[in-house]
Design a protein around this ligand. Sequence first.
Ligand SMILES: C[S@@+](CC[C@H](N)C(=O)[O-])C[C@H]1O[C@@H](n2cnc3c(N)ncnc32)[C@H](O)[C@@H]1O
Length: 249
Amino acid sequence: MAQQNIYDNGTFFEGYQKLRQREANANNLFEIPERFALLPDLTGLRILDLGCGTGEHEKDYINMGAKEVVGIDISDNMLEVARTKNNDSRITYIKMSMEDLGKLEGEFDLVVSALAINYIEDFEGVVRNVNRLLVMNGEFIFSQEHPVNTCNSGKERWTKDENGVKIHANLTNYAVEGERDTVWFVDNVKIYHRKISTVINSLVDAGFAIEKLAEPVPSEEILEKYPEYYDLKHKPDFLLVKARKTNNI
Ligand SMILES: C[S@@+](CC[C@H](N)C(=O)[O-])C[C@H]1O[C@@H](n2cnc3c(N)ncnc32)[C@H](O)[C@@H]1O
């Protein structure tokens, strides 16, 4: 299936890199700490990372004791940074779409994925392949944009008062799953919205037991330093899932 490869769009890539270089971005403040808190002891583990991007976490996983890390991604731009900046003999980067995961061979103790799953239409197919690639009792830990965000394709996300203060988030078409045409650095960024129940039931149907969900929100300390993140009191930006393979399918 042809996937949109938006990270190879120059304008998008430049905007994304600038965002990630900001110290107080939502990845650094919320997504990364929550994901790392879900990780098991990585000593000796074989890890597969879906949508590995620039590979910044592959180096972290190696430094935390992983035996080997395989990162797959669809974007040449992201993989070029990964291969230049986060190169290690124990790390392998493969240009591959998650939707082609059926072509990947190997056996892994842990599959991780950070903020890449929303670009995938066939989540069930990916999850079934994750089951195939994991050892029994292996874990699948991933983060995604929260469904309360992905339901709304970006137009009028907030209801504001006459002073422009956000009163509440607009939850639109939550029950309508599927493609959303969003605006993020450029127009027409394609993502896929799924209900929380669809995400969880796809995992259960593919032989996983759910161990933990997380929806990071800012602490009072973070809000004092970065009041712009008060929005997250209304709704979380990210959903994180920790699941364990309990059955072969
Ligand atoms: C928001 S970035 C996250 C990168 C990295 N996981 C991180 O947290 O720093 C999303 C990544 O998913 C990749 N991606 C998007 N669609 C993909 C697909 N169909 N298959 C594999 N990777 C994909 C993008 O190229 C991009 O590198």
